[in-house]
Design a protein around this ligand. Structure first.
Ligand code: 13P
Length: 342
């Protein structure tokens, strides 16, 4: 079992590849569909996910896809269940298992992630539906005083309980402590908060007997706040993010799969690239992007069947750009190159 977990974790961060996060909850996918004028019905959600999962050649750059509860139970038009369709392309199916963030009791403006009750049974079912890895996201806000120690330690504890349950079920846990980068904070403040959060997460994972080699970390990049006046560029983001990871993440972790947060798709790719230019590192530095892989796809699609091909080209292009960033080979010229189409 441990061997399988290690193997799956390593396969998810194979050279040149990363993860598509397509696990938007009903509330979040509605937020993505509203601006393009698409109603969030079950059929539209299914059509959109089918567009992504049937994109030819995406498997050259995509190792795994994180699904939402509804999606793991849906099928392509031909009747093939989505997990089976992905497996047939060599893409590993995963599942979001947290139940979203709730206000942390007795705290002001902080959250705790729900979903531990009944998780053992849900994991068993997801495994039977084909999931081989999972995701749980905790969130932390930055202000002059936040996050509190309470928020940091309660979320670290829950992340470790989730991770232990996943491994017991033969599922690789992706541990996602997301320090939100909204606000006007400096990159130094982001570094300090991200450091405290990661330090707590690895104490809890170790105390709760989680096998680190059978996990992946999904961290935020260390950034200046999105509303900061003077924002750090890719070189500084890479230096700060790497410094933070080197201090707090054991070398036994096979890889980091960064989230994109509120960055533009090209910024997220450029920042990942800048980190990989500085290789070698003890871990693979990869991606598990939601918005940074899907924003151009949604704009191209707009819910119209005649746009499916253009939307798939947009997805393939973003996947290819991020695949290049995995080895530090991404350039601004590639963004506009003809050869990036399928
Ligand atoms: P973003 O890349 O849009 O931040 O999404 C990644 C994710 O899965 C957040 O939980």
């Amino acid at each position: 079992m441990a061997h399988d977990l290690h193997e799956t974790a390593r396969a998810l961060v194979a050279e040149g590849k990363g993860i598509l996060a397509a696990d938007e909850s009903d509330g979040t996918i509605k937020k993505r569909f509203d601006p393009i004028g698409v109603e969030s019905t079950e059929e539209n959600r299914r059509n959109y996910r089918e567009l992504l999962f049937t994109t030819q050649g995406a498997e050259e750059f995509i190792s795994g896809v994180i699904l939402f509860d509804e999606t793991i139970r849906q099928s392509a038009k031909g009747g093939t269940p989505f997990p089976e369709l992905l497996e047939s392309k060599g893409i590993i199916p995963g599942i979001k298992v947290d139940k979203g963030t709730k206000p942390l009791a007795l705290a002001q403006g902080e959250t705790i992630t729900a979903g531990l009750d009944g998780l053992r049974e849900r994991l068993e079912e997801y495994r039977s539906l084909g999931a081989r890895f999972a995701k749980w996201r905790a969130t932390y806000s930055i202000s002059d005083v936040l996050p509190s120690d309470d928020c940091i330690w309660t979320n670290a504890h829950a992340l470790a309980r989730y991770a232990a349950l996943c491994q017991e079920a033969g599922i690789v846990p992706i541990v996602e402590p997301e320090v939100l980068q909204d606000g006007t904070h400096t990159i130094e403040r982001s570094f300090h908060v991200s450091s405290r959060v990661l330090a707590a997460v690895y104490v809890e994972l170790s105390d709760q007997r989680v096998d680190i080699e059978g996990t992946l970390l999904k961290p935020n990049m260390v950034l200046s706040g999105y509303d900061a006046a003077d924002r750090a560029g890719p070189d500084e983001v890479a230096e700060r993010t790497l410094a933070c990871l080197y201090k707090h993440v054991p070398a036994a972790v096979p890889g980091m799969v960064f989230l994109s947060g509120g960055q533009s798709d090209e910024d997220a790719t450029a920042n990942l690239n800048a980190m990989n230019v500085r290789r070698p590192h003890p871990w693979q530095l990869s991606f598990s992007f939601g918005r940074a892989l899907q924003a151009p796809v949604l704009s191209a699609w707009r819910g119209k069947p005649e746009n499916v091909e253009a939307a798939q080209r947009a997805y393939y292009h973003r996947a290819r750009m991020n695949g290049a960033a995995r080895s530090g080979a991404y350039t601004a010229e590639m963004e506009r190159s003809e050869t990036s189409s399928q």
